[in-house]
Design a protein around this ligand. Structure first.
Ligand code: NDP
Length: 250
């Protein structure tokens, strides 16, 4: 593994013939990841809740002459077991396998003391950031098992490793993502061709970061396109033997 994944220089065809699903593919880091995967040869399944944003990414990918992606609308706040079973069925019917699954979508919730954290928001943040990635992965396991070497990547955060005041349900959901990664990685180790890791993107110029730090100058932050090394590394075969790791993108 390169000492800093910012320096990772993948082969141009790193992801040729791979089918990779990205959640939250319409904006921010997910959009950049979908484009980076397509540029390295992957057929990308663009999953998210705002179809117009997914269509814009679709258009960008096809205009560049890259492998034609697929749009799969899903609202992670409301989707349940049947929805993820239907997704698994659609992927199986269309592609016969899934080589990569990037759980990128997430919501911030409120920056509020736990003493006043609203229950409904707590439940929504945990649903979108934790339960949905868990359930989607569970239902997609059979189609992931059909790939020669599948990579599941969850998204963590700095506050998923060290708790900080007022980060509430968001921080708790990211701690849980670190745990989910470890438990799942241990369960597949040695008995499956699936590997499970997570990425902490680090401070990145997106709408979520701006909402969390409204006074910050976004130009001081790396844009999503600049942190793609970790994402490409974990999706490609260079990381074939990496399992159970929490990597820093920056
Ligand atoms: P953005 O807010 O820019 O993008 C979040 C994406 O998630 C959007 O595409 C959004 O869709 C999608 N999304 C949100 N809720 C749902 C839902 N209910 N169903 C489906 N899709 C949904 O955030 P970032 O790009 O900054 O964040 C990406 C990931 O990186 C998150 O998991 C975040 O926690 C993590 N992260 C980001 C950091 C940063 O500095 N930016 C730092 C540490 C972690 P829509 O546009 O339609 O709302």
């Amino acid at each position: 593994m390169p000492s800093s994944l910012l320096e990772y220089r993948p082969a141009p065809d790193l992801l040729a013939d791979k089918v990779i699903l990205v959640t939250g593919a319409g904006d921010g880091i997910g959009r950049a990841a979908a484009l980076a995967f397509a540029r390295h040869g992957a057929t990308v399944v663009l999953a998210g809740r705002t179809v117009a944003k997914l269509e814009a990414v679709y258009d960008e990918i096809t205009a560049a002459g890259l492998p034609t992606p697929t749009i799969y609308p899903v609202d992670l706040a409301g989707a349940g077991e049947e929805d993820y079973r239907a997704l698994a069925h659609a992927l199986d019917a269309h592609f016969g396998r899934l080589d990569g699954l990037l759980h990128n979508a997430g919501i911030l919730g409120q920056r509020t003391p736990l003493a006043r954290y609203p229950l409904r928001l707590w439940e929504e943040v945990l649903r979108v950031n934790l339960t949905a990635p868990f359930l989607m992965t569970q239902k997609l396991l059979p189609v992931l098992e059909k790939a020669p070497a599948a990579s599941v990547v969850f998204t963590s955060s700095g506050v998923g490793r060290r708790g900080k005041a007022y980060w509430g349900a968001y921080a708790v959901s990211k701690f849980a993502i670190e745990g989910l990664t470890q438990v799942w990685a241990d369960e597949v180790e040695g008995v499956s061709r699936i590997r499970v890791n997570c990425i902490n993107p680090g401070p990145t110029r997106t709408a979520m970061r701006a909402a969390a730090y409204p006074a910050e100058d976004p130009n001081r932050l790396r844009p999503p396109e600049a942190i793609m090394g970790a994402y490409l590394y974990l999706m490609g075969d260079d990381s074939r033997h990496v399992n159970g790791q929490s990597l820093d993108a920056q």
